[in-house]
Design a protein around this ligand. Structure first.
Ligand code: SF4
Length: 362
């Protein structure tokens, strides 16, 4: 297993580089009809503020594509138009300033349509994402959905663009089946050097979606496969952006300014200590006071919140700053491996903040 990314070409969606040496990026998608321009703009701005680096919009008509110029005027994040079957919508989207297309060239009819679409895309160097899902595999042709047929289906579309000498391509191959998705992406990555957008399709919502998506995306990224990710989650897309960002940070694919280590607590935890409450307060304090400073300095801080004297002192000593629970609602404070003092738990967050201020020089 390797975290060295597999070599791919680089494409650009507006100012976002995808593939090559570019860091793995986070994508999302609006869930409001694009004709509701005001709400679409509001949602894109929220997604952008949360950290989305590319936002996809579903376009059903040429009329929809005409809203792109107005939307682009109000937002900074690059936009991708998701279009099925009608190449004329895609051409209109390009004319109106879209940064990327998601369209399957095998679904837009005659070869002349593809040639016309490619001509428009080439003029502005617009990446075309070929997106194959388990639901889009032609069962009459392939009989069943499995990693090989998913890849064969994607390759059909790839060949069409390659025949037009157009290689500004991103590919996604997604299934709702975890192992199928992982294997299909492995196969595709061994055949072509196009950037790959990874994630699951129809992944559901909440905890199940988070776990399933993290397993697939994490596995592929640790194998060096995947250049941009989306957690496809039912509901407000803001959640998918939050989860995708944390996935990249926790997985070590993106700088994370701090880590909070907390023990699960057990029967040894002093009944007067609220370890969960302390961990949450410390997390909030880190966001409020230190996140931006640490990001600027590229300085990582680990804080340990531990329940008792068994594993507590060890973890607290290994962290930059930590506390280990003692008796009677008191905790022992550690910084850089040294015991600093014992104090009441209600003073712990302030004391931790003071130690971090000393360590980070602010
Ligand atoms: S650190 Fe102590 S309180 Fe926390 S889980 Fe371990 S033994 Fe239990």
């Amino acid at each position: 297993m390797s975290t060295t990314p597999k070599k791919t070409i680089t494409v650009h969606a507006g100012n976002l580089a995808i593939g090559g040496d570019a860091p793995v990026s986070v994508q999302s998608m609006t869930n409001i009809p694009v004709s509701n321009v005001t709400k679409t703009i509001e949602q894109i701005i929220k997604l952008e503020q949360e950290g989305a680096q590319l936002v996809r919009l579903a376009m059903r008509t040429e009329e929809d594509a005409k809203y792109i110029s107005q939307i682009k005027h109000e937002v900074n994040v690059p936009l991708c138009a998701d279009i099925h079957f009608n190449y004329k919508i895609a051409i209109k989207a390009i004319e109106c300033g879209i940064d990327k297309l998601r369209i399957n060239p095998g679904n837009i009819g005659a070869k002349e349509n593809v040639i016309e679409l490619v001509k428009a895309a080439r003029g502005k160097n617009i990446p075309i994402r070929i997106g194959v899902n388990s639901g889009s595999v032609d069962l009459k042709k392939y009989g069943q959905v499995n990693p090989d047929t998913l890849v064969a289906s994607a390759m059909e579309h790839v060949h069409i663009l390659e025949d037009c000498n157009y290689t500004t391509i991103v590919v996604s191959i997604k299934s709702s089946d975890l192992l199928q998705t992982i294997e299909a992406n492995r196969i595709f990555a061994s055949r072509r050097q196009y950037p790959i957008h990874i994630g699951l399709t129809e992944a559901g919502y909440g905890t199940d979606c988070t776990i399933a998506s993290s397993m697939v995306i994490g596995t592929l990224l640790y194998e060096g496969i995947g250049n941009t990710i989306r957690i496809s989650m039912t509901g407000d897309p803001i959640h998918e952006v939050r989860i995708a960002k944390r996935l990249l940070e926790i997985g070590g694919f993106r700088f994370s300014p701090f880590t909070i280590i907390a023990c699960p607590t057990c029967g040894r935890t002093d009944e007067q200590l609220d370890i969960l409450g302390l961990a949450q307060e410390v997390t909030q304090m880190m966001h409020d006071r230190f996140e931006e400073i640490l990001k600027k300095k590229l300085h990582h801080i680990t804080v340990a919140i531990m329940g008792c004297e068994v594993n507590g002192p060890g973890e607290a000593r290994h962290a930059d700053v930590g506390i280990a629970g003692a008796r009677n609602g008191r905790v022992v404070l550690f910084a850089k491996g040294e015991k600093i003092t014992m104090l009441p738990a209600k003073e712990a967050v302030k004391a931790i903040a003071e130690q971090i201020a000393i360590l980070s020089g602010c």
